[in-house]
Design a protein around this ligand. Sequence first.
Ligand SMILES: NC(=O)c1ccc[n+]([C@@H]2O[C@H](COP(=O)([O-])OP(=O)(O)OC[C@H]3O[C@@H](n4cnc5c(N)ncnc54)[C@H](OP(=O)(O)O)[C@@H]3O)[C@@H](O)[C@H]2O)c1
Length: 331
Amino acid sequence: MRTVNVCVVGVGAVGLEILRVLRQRNFPVAKLTVLARSARSIEVDGASYSVQAISPAAFDGKPIVLFAGTEGEKGAAVTFASEAIRRGAICVDNGADFRMDPSVPLVVPEVNPEDLKSHQGLIANPNCSTIQMVVALGPIHRRFKIRRVIVSTYQAASGAGSKAAEALLAETAASVQGKPLPPPEALPQRIAFNVFPQIGPFQEMGYTSEEWKMVKETHKILHDDRIAITATTVRVPVVDSHCESVYFETEGPATVEELKALWRESPGVALIEEPAYPMPVEAAHRDEVFVGRVRPDPTVKNAFSCWVVCDNLRKGAALNAVQIAELLIGL
Ligand SMILES: NC(=O)c1ccc[n+]([C@@H]2O[C@H](COP(=O)([O-])OP(=O)(O)OC[C@H]3O[C@@H](n4cnc5c(N)ncnc54)[C@H](OP(=O)(O)O)[C@@H]3O)[C@@H](O)[C@H]2O)c1
């Protein structure tokens, strides 16, 4: 089998999961280079990796680069992606910096793999909360045309990076032991024994950046700006795996049985039948997007509710990026 040199940038929550996924899926890696801001040795599931300090020259001879660094002006992808592309790489970025750039495909392999064809060296991985929603709603939209979505999320602390997941554990331990809590740093509020409706800064009309991501990224991935979407994104004291309560209306007539039949055969989806339902403790470390609690709205025709749960670090980030890389090398 053909093997390729692969470079992973960032060894935080997503970067470590990428290393895990590459190994678990036997991605045909010739040489693996791991980059971060500072050099060190790390261990993931018993395997040792030598992390090098990032530099432009580190991208030479790396046809596949998976970015999982922080976002923004000083972030890894903004600083180094164009350099890596100039040196011959195709880059997949987990951050938000390029997602809405019209020249950058935003891809979920189960939903819009055809968009990969138009890439110019950079492909964006969607936001974790968007990925799980479009894996669930993509097949429904294709068959029945969705005209409206109302989504409320219950998002894990690890969605804000490894420091936020550590903060949840540290705050929980301090609370239980009756010690003073450290001031919140990785998240805007304390997270232990708390729930808060803010993910990202507040933007237009009082919605947060995460809420707008769910709207705009879904439109881009499904190629349909006409879907009316409104989101409320909420952080909950769970380490791993996001939950979403998703309400949607279809244009075409649909039944719960038809929706379930579609989900049973949709790639990447695992339908959980009543009386069971998906939960973070069971979705964590799994690849599937779990869909359950499927029910009709008794007050509105062709309107339904469901409950969607997915490991935000896995399909919500690392696995989706590795699946894109698999498509790029023709696996
Ligand atoms: N967490 C999630 O569920 C999730 C889901 C979807 C997308 N994302 C996105 O994925 C990206 C990574 O998130 P994360 O949660 O893994 O963050 P994280 O835990 O904070 O880790 C960030 C990693 O990036 C490295 N880094 C930061 N700036 C860099 C630079 N300029 N050059 C090289 N390395 C740099 C850091 O290096 P050092 O270790 O040396 O400091 C660190 O290893 C973010 O853009 C995030 O928005 C996250």
